[in-house]
Design a protein around this ligand. Structure first.
Ligand code: IPD
Ligand code: CA
Ligand code: CA
Length: 266
C-alpha cells in the first residue's frame, strides 16, 4: 500500500474517531440510557451505539466496499479491507465519569494492521500509527520506554467482564504487585496500549480481550518500538486469549514473571 493511500485511510479514521468523540463529550452529565449486556458489570449505553453508528457512517460512506467489525454491531460480510472498531472503550469508566476512555479504530488489510487511531475523548489526545510510518501523539512522534528492570517498571492490566477470567487475572495481579514498581488497572485496554506506546507505561497484559479492544493499540505499540505477543511470546494475533505488550527489553522477563495460564477461561 502506498504511503499516500495509508495517509488517506488514516485521515478518514481520524474523522470517524473525532465524530464519535463529539458524541462522548455531548453526553457527559446527561442520561446515558445505561443497560447491561452479559452480566451486571458489562454495560452498554446509547453513547456506545450512537458512536458506532456514526463511525460506520463515516467509514462506509468513504469506502462502501470495506467491512466494519464493531463491538456493538458485529460484522456484515467479508472484504480485504476491515475496520475494527470500539466506539467507546472504557464504557464503565465513562458511565461513572472517570476520565479514562477512548475511541479505537484499526484498519486491517488482508489481515494485516495498516492504520490505528486511539482518541482519548476526555483529554482530546489523539494517538495515531501507520504500518512502517511510526506512532504519534497529537502529531508528535512517540516511543516506548527504555526500562530494562522489571522492579523499576510501571505496568497495567485489565479485568474481563467474565468473572472466571477476571478472577484468574486477580491471582496474577496479586503476584505481580511485588515484582514491579507500580501496577495499575485503568479500565480501557485501547488507551492502556496507547500509554505503553508513548512511554507512560512500561508494559500491559490482559486475558481475553476482543479484537476491537486492541486492533489500533497493537499497531501503536509496535510502531512506537515495542513488542506485543500472546502468552507464549509469538506475535499477537487479534482475538488471542492472552495479550502482553511491553517496551521490548522487558518483554521476556515480564512473560515469565506472569506465569500465564496456557488457555485462560473465557
Ligand atoms: C473493556 C475495557 C477494559 C477491559 C475489558 C474490555 P469496554 O472494554 O477495555 O479495560 O479490561 O476487558 O472489555 O467494554 O469498556 O469497551
Ligand atoms: Ca473495549
Ligand atoms: Ca466498547
Amino acid at each position: 500500500m502506498s504511503v499516500d493511500t495509508q495517509r488517506e485511510f488514516l485521515h478518514t479514521a481520524i474523522r470517524a474517531a473525532q465524530a464519535a468523540a463529539r458524541i462522548h463529550q455531548h453526553y457527559v452529565g446527561r442520561d446515558l440510557g445505561i443497560a447491561t449486556k452479559s452480566n451486571e458489570i458489562d454495560l452498554v449505553t446509547h453513547v456506545d451505539k450512537e458512536s458506532e453508528a456514526r463511525i460506520r457512517e463515516v467509514l462506509l460512506s468513504a469506502y462502501p466496499d470495506h467491512v466494519v467489525l464493531g463491538e456493538e454491531g458485529g460484522q456484515d460480510g467479508d472484504a480485504p479491507y476491515r475496520w475494527v472498531v470500539d466506539p467507546l472503550d472504557g464504557t464503565l469508566n465513562y458511565a461513572h465519569g472517570f476520565p479514562f476512555y477512548c475511541v479505537s479504530i484499526g484498519l486491517e488489510v488482508h489481515g494485516q494492521l495498516e492504520v490505528g487511531v486511539v482518541l482519548d475523548s476526555f483529554h482530546d489526545n489523539l494517538f495515531t500509527a501507520t504500518r512502517g510510518g511510526g506512532a504519534f501523539l497529537n502529531g508528535a512522534p512517540i516511543s516506548v520506554t527504555t526500562e530494562t528492570d522489571l522492579r523499576k517498571s510501571m505496568l497495567a492490566t485489565g479485568f474481563a467482564y467474565n468473572l472466571g477470567t477476571a478472577s484468574e487475572n486477580v491471582e496474577i495481579f496479586g503476584r505481580m504487585m511485588g515484582r514491579c514498581r507500580a501496577l495499575r488497572r485503568p479500565g480501557a485496554a485501547a488507551l492502556d496500549l496507547a500509554y505503553v506506546a508513548c512511554g507512560r507505561l512500561d508494559g500491559f497484559w490482559e486475558l481475553k480481550l476482543n479484537p476491537w479492544d486492541v486492533a489500533a493499540g497493537v499497531l501503536l505499540v509496535t510502531e512506537a518500538g515495542g513488542r506485543v505477543t500472546g502468552g507464549e511470546g509469538r506475535p499477537y494475533r487479534l482475538g488471542e486469549g492472552v495479550l502482553v505488550a511491553t517496551n521490548g527489553p522487558l518483554h521476556d522477563t515480564l512473560l515469565s514473571a506472569l506465569e500465564l495460564p496456557a488457555s485462560p477461561i473465557h
